[in-house]
Design a protein around this ligand. Structure first.
Ligand SMILES: O=C([C@H](O)CO)[C@H](O)[C@H](O)COP(=O)(O)O
Length: 245
């Protein structure tokens, strides 16, 4: 069984970690990508939303079986019926689940309860919130154990003129809260590596897996080399927290 991440805090998260987001649509590709990633030093495996939709609990169970020592995060983007969704993922072997800040307080509390019951970290996602700092404070107040500052795929792609990046408001959110924070949404590997020094120690490599303007997949053959270099750069990075707000 993987090391529990249920009680992660800024204090006990003493070195940066790498999470790979498997935003894929079938288990074969997910397992192949995860194998390369884990071999390259990636710490956490995320079952991305497309993978949850395509393969559901089978993806969680398959990854759990193949990678017993790596924490598995399931990006459910829960908006309602929170307890049952989280319970199903916990039963399948998930170590962390995601609930949206846009959900009702009752849903966030239900997921937090399920997290306690099934030993999972609950991550709260601020996607599409107009006031990200307030949303993250509220999520923390409702008991989530980690915050995700997330610029959505559609928002970024429909409005490239806005130059949206999760790095821009990151330090404000870190300063306003006390649980660990993660920055997600369109970051290249080069950008993601800068997260620990902005106070976000669990770095997400999303899709595309891009570095120096080039994207990689298991089929490209270079994925392992790129991830090994990127993971070692993250592991060597310094975590710096801004002064509290
Ligand atoms: O959560 C995600 C997004 O909403 C699509 O489901 C992605 O996993 C996350 O954004 C990471 O991928 P990138 O945005 O490509 O960095």
């Amino acid at each position: 069984m993987s090391t529990t991440i249920r009680h992660l805090t800024r204090e006990n998260l003493t070195r940066p970690l790498v999470q790979i987001s498997l935003d894929l649509t079938n288990n074969d590709e997910a397992l192949r990508t995860a194998a390369v990633a884990v071999e390259s030093g990636v710490d956490w495996i995320e079952v991305g939303t497309p993978l949850v939709l395509a393969e559901g609990l089978h993806a969680v169970r398959a990854l759990r079986k193949e990678f017993p020592d790596n924490p598995i995060v399931v990006d459910l983007k829960t908006m309602d019926g929170g307890y049952l969704e989280a319970e199903m993922m916990g039963d399948a072997g998930a170590d962390a689940v995601l609930v949206m800040a846009r959900a009702h307080d009752a849903t966030i509390e239900a997921v937090v309860n399920a997290g306690e019951r099934f030993g999972m970290l609950v991550m709260g996602d601020d996607l599409a919130e107009p006031d990200r700092v307030a949303a993250c404070r509220r999520l923390e107040g409702l008991g989530v154990g980690m915050l995700i500052h997330h610029i959505g795929y559609d928002h970024r792609n429909m409005h490239p003129e806005l130059g949206l990046s999760p790095l821009s408001e990151l330090t404000d959110i870190v300063a306003a809260t006390s649980v660990p924070v993660q920055a997600v949404g369109g970051l290249t590997i080069d950008e993601a590596i800068r997260c620990p020094e902005a106070g976000a120690p669990v770095v997400v490599f999303g899709a595309p897996l891009a570095i120096d303007g080039k994207t990689f997949s298991p089929a490209s053959g270079d994925l392992g080399r790129v991830l090994t270099e990127a993971a070692s750069r993250v592991h060597a990075a310094e975590i710096r927290y801004p002064a509290s707000a």
